[in-house]
Design a protein around this ligand. Sequence first.
Ligand SMILES: [Zn+2]
Length: 89
Amino acid sequence: MVVVDWAKGSDTKWRRFRATILRRDRYRCRIGLPGCVVTATHVDHIIPLHQGGAKYDPANCRAACADCNLSRGRGRERRDPEPQPRSSW
Ligand SMILES: [Zn+2]
């Protein structure tokens, strides 16, 4: 059995919110990329937080399996490299 020390690092509000989204989507991945393992354990933000997406908006969240969630991140890096940071700040 893996013991996770939730009390230290984890955010109770996020954990509860994530559980709500997973239940809403019946623990099935809603991204469905090739290689999808279907069983959702992650919550994906449709509009990423760094693009102004709301972290706690159920409309911006969907259940995602680990594979899709991670490969979505990887694919985004590959297709869309980081723009050069502006030096105005
Ligand atoms: Zn998936």
